[in-house]
Design a protein around this ligand. Structure first.
Ligand SMILES: NC(=O)c1ccc[n+]([C@@H]2O[C@H](COP(=O)([O-])OP(=O)(O)OC[C@H]3O[C@@H](n4cnc5c(N)ncnc54)[C@H](O)[C@@H]3O)[C@@H](O)[C@H]2O)c1
Ligand SMILES: [Zn+2]
Length: 1637
């Protein structure tokens, strides 16, 4: 075949063949060398769509030419793409395919695809018929350079990746780089991570090429040459050649390593560089983040680990990071591409360490990681043992500094100055001889500069001391134009571009082609930056520089030939870099240069003279002097420079001056710890202002400072000694730091521990200012990375340090170090200087945590390592509690003054809203349900300042608002916990108050701010009747319009005080009912939102229990409210299909599907109306058209507005489609969880093509389960079998630890079985609904019947034990309930006079479902039971038996309960909802029922309970049975020892007490009372009749049959786990009752 391939040898055979457009070559080679009857090509759908046909054709063509007697077969198997195919199922699928096709031992498997196909097919080949031959034909870069080479094959299991597999070497590995042309760019980068890795561990030369080749490599795949260009070496393009070279070089290394160590015993570990941590990250983030991307981050982290162990220097990390970035790879988990993946939350340090525990490289419990020593070299030729705490330190976001004494006589350099580093590189390269540059800054600028100088053959570089020293072998000014086609890429490095432009002009012509210019270019941003004035000057000096794109900017073509010299004029008002560029190169011109600088315009001078001076000074050091001319007459300096010709003479060593601001930190550590530190490379000769810090600040604080021209040494005074009271730093007094502003943060932390007075005469006047340092001249620090003055004040406050803010600075009031608060956690505002300054303080204060360690990277990336390794202060990594995220998110605004409340359910609830919206009333109700005290801020105001009206009249509105805001601030401090607080309507008018409210409602404070909303018309009506508070003086509607957005901004929640306009006239009329509904909703909303009684569906959480929701599919749900009682039968929740709602005004308009969005106000009203009718949890669903709903597909923003509304309204479940933006979903979830609501993340496939067995479903499940509390996946069944696949899928995911509940449904009639089998929140319909929400939906009752028939819901038998019981309504009650819900159970009477054999046998029978117990067995039955509930125990009687399973074995036990008290309690709360904690209550009678009555009253919180009985002794016995309650005997009804009772429960037969009842029983003064008569017959007992006649207005009545029903409902619920269908049951029971009455 006419293809040129590069062969690479592995395990002694040349089996790797690399080239371009190799398909015919592959067919030929395989057929010739691997004869077989069958060739099976395995690939995935993506690859198949591009390349399968070509393979088929190539093989068929080759068969035709083959002369074999029997033609072989070529068959192919195409599978789903993606990691999920690499599973046991995926393997079985291929094996079945092979078996079905009669494949035998001679089969050759061809794996065409990425690593997934390669690993999977390879493993199939390894085990099929005990192993068949196979070839790797990788199509991704990752597969080419990594997975296809080495013979590792594997599949994944739910326990982890690649856990099952084999070593199985392929016969051939065909690398056809042309496949990369169809590969998505992200996948290409993914592979480049491995390429970079290989070079990093093995080959410095390769790495250097990679550093500069990114553009060209991307170009090679993005603008490919047409087939078959590149098949032969002769016609390959330069880009193709580079690509092939890069790939084969990488493979070469891997092949070499594999050959030496095939089974991974040592050396082969090296290729795992970046993988130990990378894999752990990948385990958490897959599939959202790719392998190579995780490895890229892993490489940086592992290199940092090496740095922290002192194995490599920062230069290695800098180069690695820049190179990875060039290939578009992330280098940290904070990369936005990674940070927005929801699973990032799972990247905790301990989790990652845990995952790393099962790394194959580990030896025992010791972790092994490949440590990089240099680029191209590892520390050991294998992975090295690294302790866990070192890894934890690298992984953690925060550090804790451990106080201690630094090493003796610290001597160190701090990172080099950037301007000096760049100049030094050019000088040393142009100089003659070798120069060792020390302390070079490693930045993009210096990296591209070095690369370009090398390309120009102007110098060569070497690293020494692990990158601490750069050895420059200077070229003495001889440079050459690079080869044709070579471009110098300078990125966005401005200094490098300017300096190099003139340097390039010095290059000598290329011997091959003298006309070649040097081409320099940059990134898009660089191509906009100006370079015109410099180019103009060079042109004028005979160097014909050309603009290759736009005039005035890069790219440039710079011809060879050098500078002519002589007079050069340069416009220098834009950048001093032009000047330095010419100055640096001037000595190499053909004639001496006289450089004259001119302003472009009149009056615009030369900028940045200090930088020009810096260049000249450095040139001097390298042996060339520059003369600046001056006016002969005046002596004034001119902007004219004379430079003589010459060659720079490289000094043997050149130490780049340290960055002076950085130097303040190690020196400050010496000052605060009383030790000695020398910083080299910064001294009195420095031009940097911060270089004066040592003398002017540290000297003044009592340190001994010695400064030479190039070094600074500080010896701190002995630290403060508490025993003697001696030692410590002096206060600064007043100091102006204008010339060294960046150092003020360092000064502030030292001032914090200054405990000796300032030096004589420098101190600040005034009492108590002895230890004060007043730092001035730093106002500009308010607008740096953060407001640094504020930041210092807030963070110093955490140590207990007092500060005072000044216009121009701040005062720090020092304290002796031992008195500072320990354990402060410092927020660094992402500001490197804040972090480093506080780490100085942390060296003396125990337990200080710096929350964001990475922010030091800006100027001193290895600060923490240096602090530990060079200064000798131990630093440990710690993991922050993620729940305090709020702190990290806050900006430089004052954090410490924001009120903070405990972030638990105890935090105060605040109500805001328009006056007249019902805040006070709702607040009182809320306080009652939450068991808290209520406080009305208006009332509080009046107690402080008198009537509001009068106050406003006297002081005016602004004063009132100010006073109101002040009160709010105070209340938030004093009442942050345990209250319900209602605020005045106008509180949101001031920004200060709004800020307080927003902060209080934030995640950190955890308070709940609730906006109480009521229709404006209602408010107006209400306000008309009220005059107590100031009138608005403007229309209420205007006020509302202005305040509405503020209310929304301040409140995290919204309570709609729904007045029932939607519910029809009847609802509005019935005040009592409205009140009851309001109380119900207040209890639900506040209980849920505050977290005291979260209103989630209980059955969802319970194992072995099914749960259901009913989908409401109305345009307007109000007509359904009347039927609510039926609709909710059996279900656990209701779904509001918001996308189907249609506001009344829009009802008649024709609307095309998927174009209508219901108005938010209407949705809120619908929700409120539904809430009044039921407190069942609501599932709020906005289903888009493509997901089978009616909401427009393109309206994601609007959809989220509605979902937000739901969360604000305390909706329990919010359904979100996972096709929506994940970041948005994440934010919604965070908000929802704050109010204890949950997210249902759903995915629907309506096409019918989704298969539950395929990878897609697993992927969707994974995404959904990361985003949600409940997962919902809906497909469509085409045949019954599809339901089994679903069931199989569900069982598998549910078996995973920590699996979220899943709703898995198949649509359509064929899918009904899935609805029957689904366990979590099955959507059901109801016969009363207008339409089914989805095809194939069943009702609750239908599903129960189906479950029963399928053997999933066995019929149970229930009984009533007692005598006489023939008249009992219990069978009617329960059997009606069973029938209505479709339950197969039966309830019967079991009449016996004793608790004997019959009852025992019944209890023991396997189908026993439960029993009611009545007279006379309520006590006798107790010994037969395993356990009593606390209620049954307290009451001393059992009326309900519940079989249940307990313990791990699930053994059945019998529990005795008592529901009588629940029946009483339920009736009382139902009829008189606002009656809570009665001051006094009365029980008549002293038998068993009376005990239940006392228990019920106790649970209601009755303060006193009176007991009246005909025989007082019996009454006393009852009292004695409740020693812990205030129960007392009353002899005579009406003569109360205290408050008159407002609740009366009679437990005596109706005939018993009629005569003795006095009218005074019902106290007229009781505003709301209730009387319960437990006598079952007659319906109207004398007691109830009396109540009606004397107190019908204020006293409600409850009859015995009502209590019987209520306790029956409770029994029903305990037995079945479902609420009884009360309406139906009640009607049936009453019908029977009335018939017999
Ligand atoms: N065996 C080993 O030594 C080894 C080493 C590293 C990785 N791996 C394994 O490799 C797998 C990852 O491999 P991968 O990154 O190649 O992923 P992959 O196989 O999933 O391929 C990535 C994507 O690119 C598509 N694709 C492949 N070639 C294409 C082409 N030429 N044009 C267009 N699209 C194309 C695929 O269909 C897929 O969607 C993982 O399972 C990993 O465990 C194995
Ligand atoms: Zn890898």
């Amino acid at each position: 075949m006419d293809a040129d391939v590069t062969r690479v040898s592995i395990l002694g055979r040349d089996s790797i063949h690399c080239g371009f457009h190799l398909i015919p070559y592959i067919a030929h080679t395989v057929l010739t060398n691997l004869p077989s009857s069958t060739y099976v090509l395995i690939t995935d759908t993506n690859v198949a769509s591009f390349h399968l046909q070509a393979f088929e054709k190539a093989f068929i063509d080759a068969f035709d030419t083959a002369k074999t007697p029997e033609k072989p077969r070529f068959i192919s198997k195409v599978i789903a793409p993606g990691e999920t195919s690499k599973s046991r199922e995926g393997k079985a699928d291929i094996e079945d395919f092979l078996l079905l096709n009669g494949c035998v031992r001679d089969t050759v498997v061809l794996a065409l695809g990425g690593g997934v196909i390669g690993d999977l097919s390879g493993f199939v080949a390894a085990t099929f018929m005990r192993g068949v031959r196979f070839c790797q034909i990788p199509t991704t870069l990752l597969a080419m350079v990594d997975s296809a080479v080495g013979g590792k094959t594997a599949i994944d299991t739910p326990h982890g990746k690649n856990l099952i597999g084999a070593f199985w070497q392929p016969e051939y590995i065909f690398i056809d780089a042309a496949f990369l042309e169809t590969l998505p760019q992200r996948e290409f980068s993914n592979g480049m991570a491995e390429v970079v890795k290989t070079a990093a561990i093995w080959s410095h030369d390769e790495f250097t090429i990679l550093e500069s080749s990114a553009e060209q490599l991307f170009a090679a795949i993005q603008s490919p040459a047409p087939c078959p260009v590149g098949r032969t070496a002769a016609d390959r393009t330069a880009a193709q050649t580079l690509l092939l070279r890069t790939i084969s070089a990488s493979i070469n290394v891997k092949a070499h390593i594999v050959t030496i160590d095939e089974r991974e015993t040592g050396l082969r570990n090296l290729v795992n560089f970046g993988h130990s941590i990378g894999h752990a990250i990948e385990a958490v983030l897959t599939p959202a983040v790719l392998h190579g991307e995780c490895v890229s981050v892993g490489m940086i982290l592992e290199a940092e680990l090496a740095r922290s162990r002192g194995v490599c220097g920062q230069v290695v990390i800098g180069r690695l990071a820049r190179c990875l970035k060039a290939y578009n790879l992330p280098i940290s988990v904070t990369d936005p591409r990674i940070a927005r993946v929801p699973a990032v939350q799972g990247l905790g340090v301990s989790r990652l360490l845990d995952i790393m525990r099962i790394d194959k490289k580990n030896s025992g419990s010791q972790k092994k990681i490949v440590l990089l020593k240099e680029i191209g070299k590892t520390y050991e030729l294998k992975a090295s043992v690294v302790p866990d705490d070192a890894i934890a330190k690298v992984l953690s976001d925060a550090v804790r500094v451990v106080p201690g004494t630094p090493a003796k006589n610290v001597r160190m350099a701090t990172p080099g100055s950037k301007s000096i580093s760049n100049r030094a590189l050019v000088l040393a390269a142009l100089g003659s001889g070798t120069c060792r540059l020390k302390n070079l800054l490693h930045s993009d600028d210096t990296a591209v500069m070095m690369n370009a100088l090398q390309e120009l053959k102007g110098a060569s570089f070497e690293w020494e001391d692990a990158g601490e020293t750069l050895v420059v072998h200077g070229g003495g000014g001889s440079l050459g134009v690079p080869a044709a086609g070579k471009e110098l890429y300078l990125g966005n490095a401005g200094t490098a571009a300017r300096f190099l432009t003139t340097v390039c002009a010095l290059a000598a012509a290329n011997p091959a082609d003298a006309s070649l210019p040097t081409n320099i270019t940059g990134n898009a941003r660089m191509k906009q930056r100006p370079i015109g004035p410099l180019v103009d000057s060079l042109r004028a000096n005979g160097c014909a520089v050309e603009y290759r794109e736009s005039t005035g900017s890069l790219p440039l073509a710079i011809p060879a030939g050098g500078l002519a010299g002589g007079k050069i004029r340069l416009a220098a008002s834009v950048s001093s870099q032009y000047v330095s560029s010419i100055l640096l190169c001037a000595p190499y011109a053909k004639a001496p240069i006289v450089l004259e600088l001119v302003g472009e315009e009149e009056g615009k001078g030369v900028i940045s003279q200090p930088y020009i001076d810096m260049t000249i000074a450095m040139m001097e050091t390298f042996g060339v002097s520059v003369r600046r001319l001056s006016d002969e007459k005046t002596g004034r300096l001119l902007d004219v420079y004379e430079i003589s010709r010459g060659t720079y003479k490289n000094p043997g060593t050149y130490v780049i001056e340290s960055d002076a601001s950085s130097a303040t930190y190690p020196l400050a550590v010496a000052a605060i710890t009383g030790t000695r530190c020398t910083v080299t490379g910064i001294g009195s000769a420095s031009l940097q202002g911060d270089a004066r810090f040592a003398v002017e600040v540290l000297g003044r604080m009592g340190c001994t400072v010695e400064q030479t021209a190039e070094e600074t040494t500080v010896q701190g005074p002995p630290p403060y000694d508490a025993a003697t009271g001696e030692g410590g730093l002096r206060a600064l007094g007043e100091i102006d730091m204008e010339t060294m502003t960046d150092a003020f943060l360092t000064a502030s932390v030292l001032a914090a521990v200054a405990c000796r007075p300032a030096k004589e005469g420098l101190g600040i006047e005034g009492a108590g200012k002895e230890y004060t340092s007043r730092i001035l001249g730093i106002a500009n620090q308010r607008v740096k990375e953060c407001n640094r003055i504020r930041a210092m004040m807030d963070q110093l406050a955490k140590f207990g340090i007092k500060t005072t803010e000044l216009d121009d600075g701040l005062e720090v009031h020092g304290q002796a170090a031992p008195t500072l608060k320990e354990g402060a956690s410092i927020h660094c505002y992402d500001d490197h200087r804040v972090a480093m300054a506080f780490s100085v303080l942390a060296t003396t204060v125990k337990g200080t945590v710096l929350e964001e360690k990475r922010c030091v990277e800006k100027t001193w990336p290895n600060w923490w390592d240096d602090l530990q390794n060079k200064i000798g202060i131990h630093v440990e990594g710690i993991e922050l509690d993620k729940s305090h995220d709020g702190a990290a998110a806050s900006t430089s605004k004052d954090v410490s003054t924001a009120p903070t409340a405990p972030a638990d359910s105890d935090a105060t609830v605040i109500l805001i809203g328009m006056r007249g919206s019902g805040k006070s009333h709702i607040g009182e109700l809320a306080a009652r349900t939450l068991g808290r005290s209520f406080l009305d801020a208006d009332a509080h105001f009046e107690t402080l300042h008198g009537p509001v009206r009068a106050y406003v009249a006297e002081h005016g509105w602004p004063a009132f608002r100010a006073a109101e805001t002040k009160i709010l601030g105070d209340l938030l401090q004093t009442h942050a916990k345990g209250h319900v607080l209602s605020l005045g309507g106008g509180i949101v008018e001031t920004p200060e108050a709004r800020e307080l409210l927003v902060a209080f409602g934030g995640a950190k404070a955890g308070g709940k701010v609730v906006h109480v909303v009521r229709e404006v018309d209602e408010v107006v009506r209400y306000l008309g009747e009220e005059t107590a508070r100031p009138a608005y003086g403007e229309p209420v509607t205007d006020v509302w319009k202005r305040r509405e957005p503020w209310f929304a901004q301040c409140a995290g929640f919204e309570f709609v005080n729904y007045t029932g306009v939607l519910g029809g006239a009847a609802a509005v009329q019935d005040e009592a009912r409205r009140e009851k509904e309001l109380a119900g909703e207040v209890a639900r909303f506040f209980g849920h939102v505050a977290g005291t009684s979260v209103n989630l569906a209980q059955n969802v959480a319970k194992k072995d229990t099914r749960s259901y929701f009913l989908s409401l599919t109305y345009p307007d749900i109000t007509p359904a409210l009347a039927h609510m009682e039926h609709l909710v039968e059996g279900v656990d929740a209701l779904e509001l299909r918001v996308d189907l709602l249609r506001a009344p005004k829009d009802l008649d308009k024709p609307v095309a599907p998927g174009t209508y969005i219901p108005p938010a106000a209407y949705v809120a009203e619908q929700l409120a109306a539904l809430r009044r009718a039921t407190s069942l949890p609501i599932v709020f669903t906005v289903r888009t058209v493509s997901q089978g709903g009616a909401f427009p597909d393109g309206a994601e923003k609007e959809a989220f507005e509605l979902l937000e509304l739901a969360v604000k309204n305390g909706v329990e479940y919010v359904d979100v489609e996972i096709t929506f933006d994940q970041q948005r979903i994440k934010e919604l979830a965070t908000r929802a969880h704050r109010g204890h609501s949950q997210i249902v993340a759903s995915f629907h496939d309506w096409s019918g093509s989704m298969k539950w067995s395929e990878a897609l479903v697993k992927d969707k499940y994974k995404v959904a389960s990361e985003l949600s509390d409940i997962v919902k996946i809906v497909g469509k069944a085409n045949e019954l079998k599809d339901n089994f696949a679903l069931f199989e899928f569900v069982s598998r995911v549910e078996a995973q630890p920590g699996a979220k509940p899943i709703i898995a449904i198949n649509m359509g009639a064929e899918g009904q079985l899935s609805r029957v089998l689904n366990r979590t929140l099955t959507p059901v319909t109801h016969p009363l609904l207008p339409s089914k929400a989805a095809p194939g939906q069943l009702s609750f009752a239908q599903i129960q019947q189906a479950l029963h028939l399928a053997g999933q819901l066995p019929a149970r038998r229930f009984f009533l034990f007692g005598t006489p019981i023939s008249q009992s309504p219990s069978p009617t009650l329960h059997n009606t309930g069973f029938a209505t819900l479709g339950l197969p159970h039966q309830y019967d009477l079991l009449e016996t006079s004793d608790v004997g054999e019959q009852i025992r046998a019944t209890l023991a029978s396997p189908d026993f479902g439960g029993a009611s117990v009545t007279i006379p067995h309520k006590l006798d039955v107790m010994p037969l039971l395993d356990r009593l509930t606390p209620a049954a125990e307290a009451i001393g009687a059992v009326n309900t038996i519940i079989p249940t399973s307990e313990g791990a074995s699930g053994a059945r036990i019998l529990v005795g309960d008592n529901t009588d008290w629940l029946g009483m309690r339920a009736c009382i709360l139902e009829k008189q909802p606002s009656l809570a904690a009665p001051a006094a209550a009365l029980v008549i009678g002293a038998g068993g029922t009376a005990r239940a009555a006392i228990y019920a009253l106790q649970s209601l919180g009755a303060k006193r309970i009176y007991v009246h009985n005909r025989t007082a002794a019996k009454a006393q016995a009852l009292v004695d049975a409740f020693p812990n309650a205030r129960v007392e005997v009353v002899e005579r009804l009406g003569a109360w020892p205290g408050d008159a009772p407002s609740v009366i429960i009679s437990t005596v037969p109706a005939s018993a007490g009629a005569a003795g009842l006095p009218e005074t029983l019902f106290d007229k003064a009781v505003a709301r009372g209730i009387v319960v008569d437990m006598a079952y017959k007659p319906a109207e007992t004398p007691l109830l009749a009396l109540a009606r006649s004397v107190a019908s207005q204020s006293w409600a009545t409850v009859s015995g049959v009502e209590v019987l029903l209520a306790q029956g409902y409770e029994q029903f619920e305990r037995w079945t786990g479902r609420k009884a269908p009360k309406g139906v049951v009640q009607r049936a029971v009453l019908e029977m009752y009335n018939a017999s009455n």
